[in-house]
Design a protein around this ligand. Structure first.
Ligand code: SF4
Length: 344
């Protein structure tokens, strides 16, 4: 049997994915939302100002400099992005152009994916994601679509069953469809939270996130995440109360006329996590489902805590919780957990 190789074209969309930039400002106020700069970005930004770049020598990475007083990018003001205004959108650094889009190459084409790290992605009316809007954002320096992940067949459906990509697509579409409807999410994923870990205990995981120190938003998000894990595992007391991205979510709250049920917000995020296929390096889809149900439980716990201070806006609480679990889900610490989850 010939195994199909991953392709970038045609570009494929997940039904129901929506995004419109509303200027909620989150992606310009936290470098971790948009990601690291590439070499071209660094050279270009250095030609404007050396103070535009925050170099992380020990991690061999550089990100946009954030202002210490406001926590926003040095190019951002209430009027928006100065680079965008003066030089045009195409002159912004590559992570800003790309956000929130990504591309997963699969045997049937390039799946356009989205990160749920901004209320512009998770809340409000939002236009359907389109190939025309996403394509210019996911081009590499050779002007070709640049995948951030690639998937080959066969796909491990479970520890004991691998299937061709066409069969995986058929089974996956039923899962995604039901997640988008936003009902019985854990049952649709057919998995239990807190699966068995190899050489690691969930209490250790909770401790590690609770012990993140420092004033950064990501550190605060890690503490929320660790608190929720600790509460769910053994009812430990909550330690973190500062909401890392409160201003962006409060701004979004003011523009929303018709709130969605929180389970639609959670389901939309889960559907994208499945669709992006970024779980394939860690094992089977059964294992990925257990990981997702665990993060869903954490997100629901965080949303419940947020609801206490904001009881009329549980869709906003759900989106804020999704923001936290989406960011923490891409950290090295959580990747170690993904590796440690035992095959199902
Ligand atoms: S360069 Fe512009 S778009 Fe990018 S984070 Fe800064 S203000 Fe936002």
């Amino acid at each position: 049997m010939t195994l199909l190789r991953p392709k970038r074209e045609p570009m494929l969309l997940r039904t129901g994915a929506r995004f419109s930039c509303e200027g909620d400002g989150l992606c310009c106020s936290d470098v971790h939302a948009v990601g690291p700069l590439n070499e071209e970005d660094i050279v270009f930004l250095a030609s404007i100002s050396e103070e535009a770049i925050d170099r992380h020598e020990d991690e061999d990475a550089a990100v946009l400099m954030m202002r210490s007083d406001t926590g926003t990018c040095v190019f951002w003001s209430e009027g928006g992005c100065a680079l965008h205004a003066k030089l045009g959108p195409e002159m912004k650094p590559s992570p800003c152009i790309q956000f929130p889009y990504g591309l997963t190459a699969t045997p049937t084409g390039g799946r356009i994916t989205t990160q749920h790290r901004c209320p512009c992605r998770t809340l409000g009316t939002r236009a359907p994601v389109s190939v025309d809007a996403a394509r210019p954002c996911i081009l590499g320096s050779d002007a070709e679509p640049k995948p951030d992940h690639a998937v080959e067949e066969p796909i491990a459906w479970s520890n004991s069953e691998s299937v061709p990509f066409s069969e995986y697509e058929r089974r996956e579409s039923a899962v995604i469809e039901s997640l988008v409807e936003g009902q019985n999410l854990a049952r649709r994923l057919a998995a239990e939270p807190f699966p068995k870990l190899e050489r690691l205990a969930w209490t250790q995981v909770a401790d590690e996130f609770r012990e993140f120190s420092g004033p950064s938003r990501v550190a605060a998000a890690a503490r929320w995440f660790g608190d929720a894990l600790g509460y769910l595992i053994d009812r430990r007391e909550r330690t973190e109360r500062d909401r890392p991205w409160a201003s962006s979510f409060e701004r979004a709250q003011r523009r929303i006329a018709t709130p969605e049920p929180p389970n639609r917000v959670f389901g939309d995020w889960l559907a994208d996590e499945v669709w992006a296929l970024r779980w394939t390096p860690f094992g089977s889809f059964a294992k990925a489902r257990a990981e997702l149900v665990t993060r869903l439980a954490v997100a629901r716990r965080i949303a419940a805590w947020l609801d206490i201070s904001n009881p009329e806006h549980d869709n906003v609480s759900a989106a804020e919780a999704v923001m936290i679990v989406d960011v923490i889900g891409s950290t090295d610490s959580w990747e170690s957990v993904q590796h440690a989850i035992a095959e199902q």
